[in-house]
Design a protein around this ligand. Structure first.
Ligand code: FDA
Length: 549
């Protein structure tokens, strides 16, 4: 066999190629440096206070650039030297800063990625393959709670924990229906729907938004009345980063009892877990609306002999006391054997810590944006499914066996029961279409430590195998998915223009028939597709309209 040495490859053609490559590279570097300088110059020209705006700009040569970038990066799969980085990060304080950034990015051909809490599963708010700027809303996080009228205004850069903390400071009988991982940002969470402990009683976060403050591609600041009902519909579940930037949201607060109950019952394979999970599928979606019910599957070492086993943790949240919940569960799901000792009574705000598995912390932890949730690994890949018919026991056994594979040491599968109010809200009420007819939703997640990023492909392959294995047992045509559990495996846009047909591949999975209305709203509000990313809603271009494409 002939070995071709690297030296031998240096033919004259190779040298010409190298020269051209180097010339191209330095030209494109010079062009991008020029764009970046012009962009910064534009910002100072278009800001009322140019000395102030310079303090909120972090270019790559700024000593704080990396720490600002990483501060709200909640999936360290994207914290590698080769992950593409923004040219500049802007942390605006005023609406005028947002207007100037949108104007100058448009003028100088830079893409904008808006970041609120930075929890996007695919890092969309801080990673892009094209030249881009991050607008980081960390300074837009004021919260105003009006107990008398049971409403609140919250800016997008606040995290869920801050919102909960401020509500609880003023009332112990008002709440807002959202998730238990308190570091999640309001901006992205509300944009994709947002489910949590109260969703079977009150619907999603998006179902409880009554007004918003929004900035469009032309820098216009619009409230609900000014933006019109179609755009107001689209921003409540149509996914972040497609239409413009939502600056703030007006929320309807919901009543809750002063005492709620949380219970956790864990069973191993040896304790009949598969049969219990199988049975749960017939019961959980029919429980009273006051109940939230989920099952988390993960691999552990058995406490008896240290051998690997899979643990199924049944979690119950109830808007009421333990004396009401235990008899209810004994009647509906006696096999689980729930007893009072499995449960704790607490306030709603304490239940966020209880289900976030941080029971021993003080409430101040809710204000900590950098807190690493024990429910998620620092680096991860996740996917979602919806289930309409109970999965057969034998199929659950197959899922179980996947959790014994080597890559699954930090993997988890979460089943969240639907039903209740989710069955009552029509599919078209918001862009989020997964309503009546769903027994539960599945979240698959596989995690690892940042140091193990070199093996990320192995973990990603594992989760793709699990997803493929589950295909016969979950929703079909389309195989539905949750936009806030973003998964680029299900389809992406092109770098520039994307046809309706191409975007429909992922669009119908997230939005079903609501996708078409999202396209028409996008075509109206941002026809040039300035706000775009790998899974943003594309506008309908006139040439596609003609071709009926
Ligand atoms: P991020 O800032 O990354 O934004 C996400 C997307 O929205 C990006 O495309 C971004 O550009 C866009 N965007 C952000 N702010 C915007 C704004 N102001 N205007 C317009 N677009 C904007 N979900 C759920 O429903 N229930 C749950 O319990 C949980 N729990 C959970 C825990 C953990 C640890 C993670 C990592 C994620 C969740 N999620 C979740 C999913 C979560 O709802 C989803 O990732 C949200 O998009 C995160 O919003 P952030 O603002 O944090 O993300």
């Amino acid at each position: 066999m002939h070995k071709i040495s690297f030296k031998k490859m240096k033919s004259p053609h190779f040298l010409v190629f190298s020269f051209l490559f180097a010339a191209f590279f330095s030209l494109s570097w010079a062009t991008s440096a020029h764009t970046h300088e012009s962009f910064l110059h534009c910002l100072s020209l278009h800001s009322e206070d140019s000395s102030f705006i310079s303090k909120i700009i972090y270019a790559q040569n700024n000593s704080s650039y990396s720490s600002v970038l990483e501060f709200s990066m909640h999936n360290l799969r994207f914290s590698t030297p080769t992950t593409p980085k923004p040219q500049v990060i802007i942390t605006p304080f005023y609406e005028s800063h947002l207007q100037a950034t949108i104007y100058c990015s448009k003028k100088h051909g830079l893409q904008v990625r808006t970041r609120s809490g930075g929890h996007d599963f695919e890092g969309i708010s801080y990673v892009s393959k094209v030249s881009f700027v991050i607008i980081d809303l960390i300074n837009f996080r004021s919260i105003d709670i009006d107990v008398e009228n049971k409403v609140a205004w919250v800016q997008s850069g606040a995290i869920l924990g801050e919102l909960y903390y401020r509500i609880a400071k003023k009332s112990n009988t008002l709440a807002f229906p959202a998730g238990v991982c308190h570091t999640v940002g309001v901006g992205g969470y509300f944009s994709g729907g947002g489910y949590g402990l109260l969703f079977r009683k009150y619907g999603l976060a998006a179902d409880n938004i009554i007004d918003a403050q929004f900035i469009d591609v032309n820098g216009r600041i619009l409230d609900r009345k000014a933006m019109g009902e179609d755009l107001f519909w689209a921003i409540r579940g149509g996914g972040g980063g497609s239409f413009g930037i939502v600056i703030a949201w007006k929320l309807k607060l919901v009543p809750i009892p002063a005492t709620v109950t949380g219970c956790i019952v864990s069973k191993t394979l040896e304790q009949n877990a598969i049969k219990l999970v199988h049975r749960w599928q017939y019961i959980a979606h029919k429980l009273p609306d006051e109940t939230y019910s989920s099952v988390a599957l993960r691999r552990v070492n058995s406490s008896q002999d240290g051998k690997k086993t899979v643990l199924a943790s049944f979690r119950l949240f109830f808007l009421g006391g333990v004396d009401e919940l235990v008899p209810l569960m004994q009647e509906r799901f006696s096999e689980l054997g729930l007893v009072k000792e499995d449960c704790t009574e607490m306030s709603w705000i304490e239940s966020i810590l209880y289900f976030g598995q941080i029971r021993n912390k003080s409430l101040d932890v809710l204000l900590d944006r950098t807190f690493q949730s024990p429910l998620f690994s620092p680096a991860f890949k996740a996917k979602s499914d919806y289930v309409k018919e109970p999965v057969p026991e034998i199929a659950l056994e197959g899922l179980w066996s996947k959790l014994y594979e080597e890559e699954a040491k930090s993997a988890g599968v979460l089943f969240v029961a639907y039903g209740g109010e989710m069955d009552e809200i029509p599919e078209t009420a918001t862009p989020f279409p997964h309503r009546a007819g769903n027994l539960y939703k599945i979240l698959y997640a596989v995690g690892w430590q940042k140091e193990d990023n070199k093996n990320s492909q192995r973990y990603v392959s594992w989760i793709r195998r699990v997803y493929s294995y589950m295909s016969s047992f979950v929703s079909k045509s389309p195989r539905e998915a949750y936009i806030n559990y973003r998964d680029l495996d299900i389809g992406t846009n092109n770098k520039d223009n994307t046809s309706y047909a191409q975007a429909s591949v992922w669009g119908h999975k997230y939005f079903k028939n609501n996708f078409d209305k999202l396209i028409s709203v996008k075509t109206m509000i941002d026809p040039e597709n300035f706000f775009r990313h790998e899974q943003s809603i594309p506008p309908l271009l006139s040439r596609w309209k003609k071709r009926g494409n």
